[in-house]
Design a protein around this ligand. Structure first.
Ligand code: NZQ
Ligand code: ZN
Length: 383
């Protein structure tokens, strides 16, 4: 096991109806006013908006509303939120929604405390402060509820880049699995792919031999697969939604990479270009990239045994290719695209996508292993 530090400061409150506590929690933390950030309206349709605002009013916490966060949140809208938060003199940001809402709320929380343009931080400037972030999660997938990441798309340059900082871990995230029962089945499938991606990136790219971490990953992957199958059969199955939600949270909260040493996130690096250029769901883009990358990486890795282990432990199969095929077939079964064409992405665009991804590869220090030509080679396996 390699040396590591693990510090996750987010408090999770998990269970039915727990969103009713948000007002009291904020009040007890001495917060008198929040920016209430949400997306395209799902929280109004479900009645959650009314329940959350009632809880704030009862506790005497004032709020300024900021809706309209897009799936794949945008820089221009983030800047509007920052300006509004500054004018409204809020003391915290409350995100109610999925990963996109949480991510934009985190970026706003950073932007409020600086005169610099928020994109500077996505381009590499260090985040040194942020307003406290509180969240009520409605879509389990990204792990944003318990991590220090935020991903935003600069619509002018088509760069979908991220910030990472201890300052943007939510102070408190409320996870009521019942809220996720209305997530449409296509997004439920994309969520499953995303949670799996978060754990297998490290599993395949680290050096081998970390029994506990490998088993944690395999357990999360199996739980995601089994609970997603249950959700597909019955979207309102509370216990399946609950187990899925906790698995997705643990998939990207720092737990699984602890002690595994260096690893990389190539599937995310490539996918962010697909969702930046074509505005597809992040998990849909990952379903296209993952089987292609696995097939490419299998030929370039020195740890082929990890592929055999994956096939065996997750699917009860033997042989590296059998594991890749089984994962791909499962993606297809739940309705996720596994070819560029299925997501209406022209194969002729591969070089353009690769050039876009190569910029992020450079940002993430992966440009030696993943120059544009290699990224294009991987994408051609998804043609
Ligand atoms: O906008 P509303 O109306 O709320 O609708 C959303 C949206 O259309 C809807 N939705 C959310 N909860 C719902 C619901 N519909 C019905 N019932 C509910 N309970 O679902 C749609 C998708 O929401 P979104 O927040 O975009 O999905 P997700 O949670 O998958 O977030 C995706 C974003 O997170 C980024 C992705 O790149 C993408 O931009 N990621 C963030 C990460 C992080 N912060 O750590 C890591 C990930 O790898 C990822 O990059
Ligand atoms: Zn992801």
């Amino acid at each position: 096991m390699e040396d590591f530090e693990f510090h996750n400061p987010t408090r999770i409150v998990f269970g039915r109806g727990k969103e009713a506590r948000i007002g009291v929690e904020l009040k007890q933390a001495g917060i008198g006013k929040v920016l209430l950030v949400y997306g395209g309206g799902s929280i109004k349709a479900s009645g959650l908006f009314e329940r959350v605002t009632a809880s704030l009013e009862e506790a005497g916490v004032a709020f300024t509303e900021f809706g309209g966060v897009a799936s794949n949140p945008r820089l221009s809208h983030t800047r509007e939120g920052i300006a509004l938060a500054k004018r409204s003199k809020v003391a915290a940001v409350l995100a109610v929604g999925g990963g996109s809402v949480l991510d934009e709320a985190k970026a706003i929380a950073v932007g409020v405390l600086t005169a610099d343009d928020i994109w500077d931080f996505f381009a590499g400037k260090e985040v040194t402060a942020a307003l406290p972030v509180y969240t009520v999660l409605t879509l389990a997938a990204t792990g944003s509820e318990m991590n220090g990441n935020a991903v935003i798309t600069n619509e002018e340059t088509k760069a979908k880049w991220a910030i990472r900082s201890i300052h943007i871990y939510p102070v408190l995230s409320i996870l009521n699995p019942a809220l996720t029962c209305t997530v449409p089945l296509d997004y439920s499938a994309y969520a499953a792919v995303d949670a799996i991606a978060h754990v297998i990136e490290g599993y395949f790219t680290k050096r081998p031999a970390s029994r506990l971490q490998d088993r944690l990953v395999e357990s999360i992957v199996k739980t995601v697969i089994e609970t997603t199958d249950m959700i597909m059969a019955d979207p309102a199955n509370y216990s399946a939604r609950a187990e899925f939600e906790w698995a997705a949270t643990l998939a990207l909260n720092g737990l699984t990479p602890a002690g595994i040493g260096p690893y990389s996130f190539p599937n995310h690096m490539i996918e962010h270009s697909l969702s930046a250029l074509y505005d597809i769901a992040h998990g849909a883009g990952l379903a296209i990239v993952i089987p292609a990358w696995l097939r490419w990486y299998r030929k370039h890795t020195r740890t082929l045994s990890q592929f055999e282990r994956f096939a065996n432990q997750v699917f009860g199969l033997s042989g590296a290719e059998a594991g890749i095929n089984a994962l791909e077939e499962w993606f297809v079964k739940i309705g996720a695209p596994v070819r560029l064409a299925t997501a209406a992405i022209p194969v002729e665009d591969i070089d353009r996508i690769a050039a876009n991804a190569a910029r992020l590869a450079k940002c993430w220090g992966m440009e030696k292993e993943y120059p544009a030509a290699v990224i294009a080679e991987i994408l051609r396996l998804a043609a």
